[in-house]
Design a binder for this molecule. Sequence first.
Ligand code: VG1
Ligand code: CO
Length: 543
Amino acid sequence: MTIRIPTQAFSDQKPGTSGLRKKVTCFQQPHYLENFVQAIFNTFQSCENKTLVLGGDGRFYNRDAIQIILKMASANGISRMIVGLGGILSTPAASHLIRKYQTDGGIILSASHNPGGPKGDFGIKFNTANGGPAPENVTESIYENSLSLSQYLTIESDDVNLDQVASFELGGMKVDIVDSVQDYADLMEKLFDFPIIRSCIRTGSLQLGFDAMHAVTGPYAKEIFVRRLYALSSTIINAVPQEDFGGGHPDPNLSHAHDLLTIMQSSDAPDLGAASDGDGDRNMILGRDFFVTPSDSLAVMAANAHLIQEYKMGLCGVARSMPTSRAVDKVAEKLGIECYETPTGWKFFGNLLSAGKISLCGEESFGTGSDHVNEKDGIWAVLFWLNLLAVKKQSVEQIVTQHWKLFGRHFYARFDYEKLETESANKLINDLREKLPSLVGNQLQGFVVNDAYEFSYKDPIDGSISEHQGLVITFSPDARIMFRLSGTGTEGATLRLYIELYEPDPEKHQQDVHTVLKPLSDIGIQLAKIEEFTGRTEPSVIT
Ligand code: VG1
Ligand code: CO
């Protein structure tokens, strides 16, 4: 029986770069999760005949949230829910299910790379029928709805069993518990040349080390790399998803993927090292004692896509987020295809992917993907690299350094200043924004400022405009620094400073990245008066 629960609206349910993220304790307050979920349902004209996918990255509170959402979905009149076994779905697997079963969207429970556990973070995002993250107009209407909620609907019922593949009814709504691992693995097998990869793995000419970081990709990695590609089971470390990610930070970068790094720096390191994040949509690619920046990874993929079965007919276009290095732009130029520059966040790629304008896209934050789903996809990226290594018979380092010879190298780094006081971080950005026009023409540490502007984006498909998407300063010789505030943190503000320098001369490609970028990071730190506004003399993390 449907019950109406009176509630009071919360004023802080505005989704950020990727859904609504808060501390678990915030989501556990009475009605907090329920209000946001009701706001999602309220944005549907009608819930009748609607099917949704539901699952999450397995972090603490995932199971509780799923039970709450199922009952609310039933009360709201949703006709069918497709739920990941054990309540688990990686973000790309959820996107695939939405598309495969042509559902009306999906609810994904994840705070991605943010730590989990009772004191950690929780998150919820809504993906639309194209499988991709809801665009801004949708997240905006969910937010508006959340501001005026006075009730939500639920039913009285026992919790359902999430741990068995089964179909049943919940208050008149159909619930299908599905094993998404098989569906996802089947999709991967269609995109990549599994026989070639398998034979290289079997002969020992190709070895992989994969760090699932105690997060959602463990079961997917086991099925794909071990069961279908015959890698040794020791290939996958930290393979069992845990509610608190083993107390770690499930962010695949040089600061957080320690275990993998140790393996890749050892004398018998595998050919390819890779790690994924909390919800399985990001990837880090390493060679033997060699780090591939995510921006370079995207560019290498674009330049070599014709060697991969699925992309052998060529790419229709590519896209990168604004702070991502312009390495992929060079490739697009050579291929004669369009390269789009979007704001940070996967939701901005969705329209381009759906309209067939791009087939490959990525972000500097360890996210790459293609039109096979409408999300960034960690395991897909690892398979792409495995397939490339199997075909090219070169090391990761050889592939990347040859790429630089052909296209030039984009030296790149990101400095994060985490947990800043929100007010000071906003002041810093406002101050710098005002200063931008006066910077043009200035000479700073041997670099001349060419342009200084605030990035805004007009979506080429629906014409919508997104403003305030980061501050950009470009220089001669060819370099850029960019600033923006993170939209995924849950404590204070995080300032990101992105630094990029283009070096066409192969003689200079072997220089140390931080030495090369030092003058530019100094410029950025001084122009933005980072120490003055935040008191910080060092970034919290450099990636
Ligand atoms: C960060 C990254 C961004 C990514 C987003 C969601 O956002 O910079 O590139 O799309 O996380 O990724 P922000 O606003 O904190 O810079 V995930 O893997 O959290 O879904
Ligand atoms: Co993620």
